[in-house]
Design a protein around this ligand. Structure first.
Ligand SMILES: Cc1cc2nc3c(=O)[nH]c(=O)nc-3n(C[C@H](O)[C@H](O)[C@H](O)COP(=O)(O)O)c2cc1C
Length: 198
């Protein structure tokens, strides 16, 4: 009851500051019922995956240290920007990834944005290869993590926060350093790699 009264009070407070704009109609909806859970999906995960694949993304390789002082990296297309101030980015990692304990426990990771001619690197870092870094050209970031040679941009991130959702964990990184070189980009669309840009 107290919650309902609070909602009504908040709603009238909003109304009090409401300036009427002639010609525009408004509807004030009071949500008195508890939030309804989502309905069951009307599709299977194959259909969902196919629909998602129509969203063209860039391709990244995200690197960190492993428990033996070596490196771990994986291909990820879930990268996106979040905030300019502070500089935040996000990406998501499957809960069954071998990298989950590493990315969860380490203080930093590097997000490498692949250039158009780097599809082979994307395949390698998505493969079951034990040493994905074998023969790969890289330098070390300020925190000692791999920055791959030839990438069009990299972001060295502090591991700011993590949000488990469904079968993935969303990582939000606070960018401490980044660099770029304008180049044609590698994109992933409809389950295939393509090239785009200058
Ligand atoms: C283009 C592409 C994009 C991918 N994006 C992601 C992603 O955003 N998150 C993720 O967890 N896996 C993603 N994967 C899958 C992982 O790269 C791969 O399945 C994973 O590295 C498997 O091994 P792991 O247990 O060593 O992580 C992607 C794969 C490809 C080919």
């Amino acid at each position: 009851m107290a919650m309902i009264l609070r909602k009504i009070r908040d709603a009238s407070a909003q109304k009090a500051h409401f300036r009427h704009n002639p010609g525009v109609s408004y509807r004030l909806t009071l949500m008195l019922s508890p939030k309804k859970p989502a309905a069951e999906p009307e599709f299977d995960s194959q259909h969902f995956r196919a629909a998602l694949s129509q969203f063209a993304t860039g391709v990244t390789v995200i690197t960190t240290r492993d428990e033996n002082g070596g490196f771990f990296g994986l291909t990820a297309s879930s990268f996106n920007s979040v905030s300019l101030t502070p500089p935040l980015v996000l990406w998501s990692l499957g809960s069954h990834s071998r990298g989950l304990p590493l990315f969860s426990g380490n203080s930093h990771y590097v997000i490498n944005v692949l250039a158009a001619d780097q599809a082979a690197l994307a395949e390698r870092f998505a493969s079951r290869a034990d040493d994905r870094f074998h023969g790969v050209d890289f330098t070390l970031s300020q925190t000692g993590l791999p920055i791959l040679g030839g990438v069009s941009a990299w972001f060295e991130c502090h591991n700011r926060s993590r949000y488990p959702e469904g079968d993935h964990v969303i990582f939000v990184g606070e960018v401490e350093r980044c660099a770029f070189e304008a180049k044609p980009a590698l994109v992933f669309h409809g389950g295939r790699f393509a090239e785009i840009g200058v």
